[in-house]
Design a protein around this ligand. Structure first.
Ligand code: CIZ
Length: 300
């Protein structure tokens, strides 16, 4: 069966919108009504008048959409798509850290479970982490769960004391600084753009550091012909589509998130046909997590 027209028909019948993260497989991005980072997708979910949201991404992203749009049915076609980084922070451990540092605010990266967002004071994304930490009226901050993003933020906001959680993204954390040196030798004129989830030694050697949405924006503004990209390979699809005259190379061959690749056309079709699997966030976790997300949205 040709799944594209079948999905299209079901999408109309179900009054559904398909949202895909920048790291999703190419064919899923092509199918989607909207492609973006997790925050932009969740905001889209909250604003849409569609009744069903098919969230092509990983579990914490669909949860964020369910927190912000509780009246809609949020479907996650790949229910086995977790995020090892999100699993590196548990609510009990966060509460224990709060007890140890009673004057500190907890800033939780969006890559956390709803249960962790519910015990956090603020959320942030990689696009706004520096701004959130700089703006909030706290001198001491527990930043979780990504230690590389935490180090990046701490360097940009030296006036605050940042207690950094030891988590990491398995995909970004494995990039080595020698890979930047090697690519500089083969493509000396190509700017290197990396995600702040990369280790500090990689970030130090890059020309630009930013979230997926910031990398996409920056490439459009730059005049170079060739670019080296240090984030998950799914982003190359958008970059190539939006910049047909430019060339892109991955900084490291290991930049592939297996969880992001669990979404398939078959699974999207199945989700729309069965209206399952549904992602929900129970009360009072939803309301508490929403408060942390709304505090972030008020800053950005
Ligand atoms: O916020 C997101 O969607 C993530 C996880 C990365 C990014 O930079 O967009």
């Amino acid at each position: 069966m040709d799944l594209f027209p079948a999905i299209e028909r079901l999408r109309r019948e179900r009054r559904a919108i398909i949202l895909a993260h920048n790291y999703q497989p190419d064919e899923i991005q092509d199918l989607a009504d909207f492609v973006g980072d997790s925050l932009a997708l969740s905001q889209k979910a909250a604003k849409t008048d569609a009744e069903v949201i098919v969230f092509c991404g990983v579990h914490f992203m669909a949860e964020t959409a369910a927190i912000l749009a509780p009246e809609k049915k949020v479907l996650l076609p790949a229910p086995d798509a977790g995020c090892p980084l999100a699993e590196m922070a548990e609510p009990e451990a966060v509460l224990a850290a709060k007890k140890e540092h009673p004057a500190a605010a907890v800033v939780a990266y969006v890559n956390t479970s709803a249960a962790v967002k519910a015990v956090a004071d603020y959320c942030c994304t990689s696009a706004n982490a520096v701004r959130v930490v700089r703006t909030i009226p706290y001198e001491e901050i527990i930043f979780l769960p990504d230690r590389n993003l935490g180090h990046y933020v701490a360097r940009q906001v030296p006036e605050k004391r940042i207690i950094i959680w030891p988590g990491f993204c398995v995909t970004h954390h494995r990039i080595r600084p020698e890979e930047v040196e090697a690519v500089r030798a083969t493509h000396p004129d190509a700017p290197v753009l990396v995600h702040p989830e990369c280790p500090p030694e990689v970030v130090d050697r890059a020309d630009f550091v930013g979230s997926t949405s910031q990398i996409i924006k920056k490439v459009k503004e730059m005049e170079a012909e060739t670019f080296i990209i240090g984030t998950e390979m799914g982003i190359l699809h958008q970059l190539r589509k939006e910049n047909p005259g430019k060339k892109f190379f991955l900084l490291s061959p290991g930049l592939l998130c297996p969880n992001m690749k669990r979404t398939t056309l078959e699974r999207v079709h199945h989700a729309l046909r069965e209206l399952a699997p549904v992602v929900t966030v129970p009360e009072p976790i939803r309301t508490r997590a929403r408060t942390a997300l709304e505090r972030m949205l008020a800053i950005t």
